[in-house]
Design a protein around this ligand. Sequence first.
Ligand code: BGC
Length: 975
Amino acid sequence: MAKKAKDPSQKGLLRAHSPHDNFRAPFDDDWRGSDSDSDSDLDATDFLDESAASESKSAFLAALGPRRQWSILRPLAGRSRCCIILLSTIVGIWILLAAGGAVIYKKYQDEPVYGQSPPWYPTPRGGIASTWAASYEKAAKMVSRMTLAEKVNVTTGTGWQMGYAVGTNAPAIHVGFPQLQLQDGPLGIRFADNITAFPAGITVGATWNRQLMYARGKAHAIEAHQKGINVLLGPCVGPLGRMPAGGRNWEGFGADPYLQGIAGAETVKGIQSEGVMATIKHFVANEQEHFRQPWEWGLPHAISANIDDRVLHELYAWPFGDAVKAGVASVMCSYNQVNNSYACGNSKLLNGILKDELGFQGFVMSDWLAQRSGVGTALAGLDMTMPGDGLKWANGDSLWGPQLTRAVLNGSVPLERLNDMVTRIVASWYQLGQDDEKKFPREPPNFSSWTNDRFGVASYGSPSPQEKIEVNKFIDVQANHSIIAREVAAEGTVLLKNENVLPLSREGLPEAKLMARRDNIYRAIGKRHEGKFKVGIFGEDAGPGEGPNKCKDRGCNQGTLGSGWGSGAVEFPYLVAPIAALRDQFDGSKVDLHEYLSNKPPVGGAERAILEDLELCIVFVNADSGEGFTKWDDVSGDRPNLDIQKGGDALVQRVASQCGSGTGDVIVVIHAVGPVLVEKWIELPNVKAVLFAHLPGQESGNALADILFGDVNPSGHLPFTIGKSLEDYGKGAKVLYTPNGVVPQQDFSEGLFIDYRFFDQFGKTPRFEFGFGLSYTTFEYSNLQVVPQKTKSELPARRPNPAAQPPTYSSDIPHASEALFPADFRPLKKYVYPYLNSTDDIVPGQYPYPDGYDTVQPLSGAGGEEGGNPDLWEVYVSVTVEVANNGAYDGAVVPQLYLSLPLARQWIARPVRALRGFHKVYVRKGETQTVTFDLTRRDLSYWDVERQNWVMLVDDEFKFAVGESSRDLRVFGTW
Ligand code: BGC
């Protein structure tokens, strides 16, 4: 008989704020009262309040009698008719919209939802992996001594702004388990001072450099550790980049699961090498910002990403598999629904795929307010709720906390489940060595996310009076991390076009070109080139604007673009604007630098003559996006299109026509969150070079100068496709901007064909393909060798028996007294505690559990260890190639291996080719290096939905192609 869990989520859904409404502005003392002024702030209660107000107004007017009403309303008569017309129009539109909404509501209410996520219960207990056995043993000892309240403490956030970091759980004091400090985000320490603003994930992806991926993660964690952070809320591998305009794609590493997987895993390893827990996020399919969570977009429910099993495995869940294999301590489940079940309450995803199949041993944490039910999420595999508040933002009314205590006492959440949640969290803490008090002193962070003052209160979110203490110690943790930041930014810069113009000399053009130009001028006008070489720098994006931290959470596009916006951004300690670096580096005795740091430079008068005289023009343009809680211009998180923003196209066109009256050389530099369309100017004859510098972080200008002047030979490659139009990416690549139902439905019906896979499948010609990137030198590929390592076979070896047994604990329900507020306890208002005022209303009993709870799930053949069946990670074949630098400069090259599956069984959909290997190697000119790609069983398999396993096609040949992009393939082989 299934037991039913009482679900506290059934409480009212009234006022809900955007989760970041109360985020302080950097260096804004008045952060507390300031609600976001974004459109999304209008919510259910705003409307309720208004109608309540208007009801009482009519009652008031009725009571006055007609004469007095008239005298009060009289001033209206003097207003122009136009106001009344305007008002009627607004009311009319409102009625129309409401009627439309009602129709949609009706339509979708009546229709069964598309797809359903199958049940997968109960949650596999942690502690089966060889790699975690020792930590689980220690954790078991500690957890067995915890009281019920302490266990609940460990699983539940204390509420928004109740600690110093963006997330804190509560300690289990008497057994020595500290409060954990959780902080964003993927590119630096958010809301902190004296930290490094590293380049964003997309820039890291564009480096294709595994060592740098690791090094950036490590440096990030050193800073986190020194600031007192236990858990970093990064890296981000979801969104994957299904939609090129998706608002948060830039937090991840690029539109390919393999690239995301390697970059994610290297980052995790780097972070965790310093003992800081990494969080891989957002699991899964949070591909767009619109409708990502209830109420933020005015709808009561989040969007449902409807994905089939194979596509989930081969694209969206793939990089999470790499992170789990790399030992990641935490996984953050996402806001959206997947197949109409909230990701943080989706038992198939959390229990089935993550914990059974991928053998995840750490803990699943909710995105901030992504938990939408209490008992349901516990049973579905959630282990920690963040920030602790429940359905509404910052109200202290948790779905867990006291509710979890109650649920355990009445039996609606099995005690075993609570024990597993806590054990997973404590084991992760041991796994990272955080029990070593010398390394991780039991102290709060030395900075507060909520004020820049030295003194403040510990729980800003609580209105209860508190003593002021020193909350900001301003510890400088930057060390020499600017070096890594600069290296990543330079190596993540992609050279898209270069017609003999780069690298520049510090005197202007490259040496040879400079001489030729001077000769030409001599020939043309009969006199030697006199005076300085004339260079113009154009565009707002070249300059500092009003400083990098002008807008809260970097939520606007002004000045040079160093990062996107939202929780994935940090306060820049500084930002080297391109203009500063160029001023510094051009030789002032030889070069005359003219600066036009605006997208509308002057055209007439004296300026005209200067423009006509320019010999080299560098134009800066950009495109920004970010997290959905902030809107800038017409960018509501997701971009509305792939256009360059702020009139950048027109700027390039104008500069091209006016720079030296159309004869000057033009270099375009793009800073962007993702692909942008360059069609309007890319083929203009004097647009000689284009650099795509992504989001370079604080070292922007320096890194760019490294590339422009050839101190660093460009070796970045595109981590996505640049198409000629958004349409070229296919239907599935379009963000759903208007809801198509009360629960917006987004069918991932393009299946495996996203980004380059779509272009290849449907014969579209991109402007610049995935993996593309030029160098100042050239490389030649030869001698591809295929070296089999293991015999092909369809299925992986049998799932191994667990290497260890999960800990077991007493199954006696704790005594209710463990749940009561301790005597003389003075609670802070809104703070989430595990305690109850009384246990009188607790009725233990047989509560029905969700459908399918009692169905025994077969263990996945793809599982068995951390990261899944170990056989999936075995190398089955290696491919080696020789790469020779036959050009004029030393430089790094990125040989990329693309795999085409065997032709047999043609009915199985498959991409024309998929990335399955890359390395970055430095090759001196004239030298040759051998590069080896090791392909694992997983790399060589597809996900078979019938057999529920990774299957290798053995009855025909695998095809390998190695080259410098997904279309520039130079050497081939088969196996
Ligand atoms: C974001 C997460 C972030 C969290 C905490 C959420 O809105 O989606 O990525 O880690 O906030 O700031």
